[in-house]
Design a protein around this ligand. Structure first.
Ligand code: LMR
Length: 399
């Protein structure tokens, strides 16, 4: 006779099936589409006029330096590469007072910085509220919810009019209370491309300061909008007005590092410096122990060398120029796209229904996010016109 063994309680029984990330699923769908005229306007990577996402020349040079000179790959510690953090801070914060009193830690991309910020907030004030505009990067809300925060959203943008709903934003933020977080996109808003004006940033800064709310600025596209300093100007205004501020920074786009996962978290917490610092280090240690090195080390090499820095800046300028040329071409091709001319960065959000987005893909081989977001960099001089024609057909409903 065999022993009767009670069925083991399954560790995984409580899991709910999760849908694949719709944006990342587009990569495979696009790859498998045999139509030669197909257009990839999906995931947010920069593409040059030949449709490539090349490694920056300055980055290749820095990688060669690393290959020749790096003597060890022994651990650096939970903060990561101090040289990287010291070199990137003036790029982010300028030479103004904005960067004063910040604790910095290197993170796996901007997403790692956001997650660490969320964990820190939830450790300090479990279940704290974070306010964010809608739409936002689709992963923002899940990151904060998974860390235990309560997400409050307000309307940020109206795709039909292509305008920021600033009054609604201010009315919502007037309800923020002391200790709430407020997520702000530093520049090149994802998914809309619609950034606050400096006057609007100043109003937001004054309101957050009056409410005692803590700005959390996600700066993932510095330099792709209007320029390195221009894209940080709003954030610097907010920082001048706040004792407590958190910045999640990414080098993925402006150094073309994407899969190297290079970013940083900067936190100013006047009056709580030591305890905040020790908590960030402990949370990072428990999450990833130490951040990946290569991308940050290469950024450090670039920023410590004036010639490589100049080369990197020129390459970044060329990216921005191309994005703005595509924006201008879209505006000229269809007056309904005129607002895109003055928006910034990789993205624009078109007023398309899910069925129209599906028709763009099915009937015209145009791949874009389900929200109607397009990646401007996926277009070039000879594809603007076919794209605009496809868009027109879908908007008329005869797609
Ligand atoms: C995007 O929004 O396309 C990028 O930020 C890539 C990503 O991870 O979603």
């Amino acid at each position: 006779m065999t022993d009767v063994i009670a069925p083991a309680r399954s560790l995984f029984a409580g899991l709910q099936a999760q849908a694949p990330d719709p944006l990342l699923s587009l990569i495979a769908l696009y790859k498998n589409d045999p139509r030669p005229q197909k257009l990839d306007l999906g995931v947010g990577v920069y593409r040059d006029a030949a449709g490539a996402t090349p490694v920056f020349g300055a980055m290749k040079a820095a990688e060669r330096v690393l290959l020749e000179t790096q003597a060890t790959k022994a651990y650096l510690g939970p903060e990561g590469d101090f040289g990287f953090l010291e070199a990137i801070a003036p790029v982010v914060f300028g030479k103004s007072r904005a960067g004063e009193g910040l604790f910095a830690v290197q993170t796996p991309g901007g997403t790692g910085a956001l997650r660490l910020a969320a964990e820190l907030a939830n450790a300090g004030a479990p279940g704290a509220r974070i306010w964010m505009g809608a739409p936002s990067w689709p992963i923002h809300a899940p990151i904060f919810r998974q860390a235990g925060l309560a997400v409050e959203s307000f309307r940020y943008f109206d795709p039909a009019t292509q305008r920021i709903c600033f009054d609604e934003m201010m009315a919502a933020l007037a309800r923020a209370t002391a200790g709430d977080l407020v997520l702000l996109h530093g520049a090149c808003h994802n998914p809309t491309g619609a950034d606050l004006s400096l006057a609007q940033w100043a109003e937001v800064a004054a309101l957050l300061s009056a409410r005692g709310a803590v700005p959390l600025i996600d700066l993932a596209y510095q330099g792709l909008g209007a320029g390195l300093d221009e894209d940080a100007a709003g954030m610097r205004l907010v920082m001048d007005a706040s004792d407590a501020v958190i910045v999640a920074y990414s080098c993925d786009k402006n150094f073309g590092l994407y899969r190297e996962r290079t970013g940083a978290l900067f936190v100013r917490a006047r009056g709580h410096e030591d305890v905040v610092r020790s908590n960030i280090l402990q949370l990072a240690r428990c999450a990833w122990s130490m951040p990946p090195d290569h991308g940050a080390a290469a950024v450090r090499v670039i920023l410590e060398d004036p010639a490589l820095t100049a080369q990197w800046r020129a390459e970044l300028d060329a990216m921005r120029t191309r994005l703005n040329q595509v924006r201008a071409a879209l505006a000229e091709a269809d007056p309904r796209l005129e607002p895109l001319r003055d928006q910034h960065g990789l993205f624009a959000l078109l007023p398309l229904s899910p069925a129209q987005v599906e028709a763009m893909r099915r009937d015209h081989a145009v791949y874009m996010a389900g929200s109607g977001r397009i990646n401007i960099a996926g277009l070039k001089a000879d594809t603007v016109q076919p794209f605009v024609q496809a868009l027109d057909a879908c908007l008329k409903g005869d797609a």
